[in-house]
Design a protein around this ligand. Structure first.
Ligand code: A2P
Length: 304
């Protein structure tokens, strides 16, 4: 079976999960989720924004894996950051997934959008100036409701976390960020792990855009192990103590992605020293006012 990462509140999170962003575009998401559960996936990463939670909920029901054996993550969209909207946002998610509770609820992005904006084709005019700590305090109150086992954040940089942590009654259990060898986030991962915030890395295979699967170092190491480049990428993350949530619509690749290999220290270092840099997700989201989201040393976050 898949090993677990222990969160700062004792909850166990399987270190390999299934990503579902855009996973419904080929029309096979329900079958993919059922196939994944059948081969041993227990951790499914969802979000309100992905627009496919009802189909995932259907698949979870049909697969019949006991609820307590699953680890289901979802994320509130940026238009639900006002504190009075947070509990309702969770209820909407639970309704779509047809679940009584989530294992992990994340704040999807550190900035807020006006409540009526329900898509990410927005401009600076659509931003809402909700302090992130107001949203977080509303997240903290969810813990007592029995509807979430852990709460966390996503796409949060060091500067924001550094200023949040002293004010948190419940510290984020997880920060979910883009991680692969072309966006290794050495400093941010180190900061999170030193502060007992587990890291989940999204787009571990480069998200179909960043060509880490074709990287020569990755290919060389894959050949040495007789495994695929994807397995090297996932194994590298897991060896760093980072959960990985690769996405696939193909049964044999889904299966392959659960099978990690043990990399040598030299191999870990060689991957860590790759110097190419490229992200899949646009840091500024096409909005210059949001440049601070990924520029942790600028400390421009206006939200606290
Ligand atoms: P497919 O669904 O056809 O398998 P990420 O998880 O980084 O977002 O990357 C997802 C992309 O990587 C998808 O295009 C997916 O395509 C592809 N992919 C998933 N698993 C593998 C694998 N084991 N080998 C090669 N490509 C993979």
């Amino acid at each position: 079976g898949v090993s677990n990462v222990k969160l700062n509140n004792g909850v166990l999170m399987p270190e390999v999960g299934l990503g579902t962003w855009k996973a419904h575009e080929q029309g096979t998401l329900r079958e993919t989720v059922k196939a994944a559960l059948g081969m041993g996936y227990r951790h499914i990463d969802c979000a309100k924004y992905y627009g496919n939670q009802r189909e995932i909920g259907d698949a979870l029901k049909e697969a019949g894996v006991p609820r307590k054996d699953l680890f289901i993550t979802s994320k509130i969209f940026e238009n639900r950051h006002r504190p009075e909207l947070v509990a309702g946002a969770l209820d909407e998610i639970l309704d779509e997934l047809q679940l009584e509770y989530l294992d992990l609820l994340l704040v999807h992005w550190p900035y807020a959008l006006n409540p009526e904006i329900d898509h990410d084709d927005f401009t600076a005019n659509d931003l809402d100036d909700v302090p992130i700590m107001d949203t977080w305090r509303a997240m903290e109150t969810l813990i007592g409701t029995g509807k979430v086992r852990a709460i966390g954040v996503s796409n949060f940089n060091r500067s924001i976390l550094q200023r949040m942590l002293p004010q948190c009654r419940v510290r984020p259990a997880v920060n979910q960020i883009e991680v692969h060898p072309y966006n290794p986030e050495h400093k941010l991962v180190g900061y999170c792990q030193a502060n007992d915030i587990a890291v989940t890395g999204y787009c571990p295979l480069g998200g179909g855009r960043v060509d880490v699967l074709g990287d020569s170092t990755i290919q060389r190491i894959a050949a040495a192990h007789g495994c695929s480049p994807a397995q090297v990428l996932i194994s590298w993350q897991v060896a760093r103590g980072i959960a990985a949530i690769p996405k696939s619509n193909n049964e044999s690749r889904l299966k392959q992605n659960l099978q990690t290999v043990t990399l040598t220290l030299d191999e870990m270092q060689a991957i860590g020293q790759i110097t190419a840099r490229q992200r899949k997700v646009d840091p500024s989201r096409n909005t210059p006012e949001l440049r601070w989201v990924f520029h942790e040393d600028e400390a421009k976050c206006p939200l606290i």
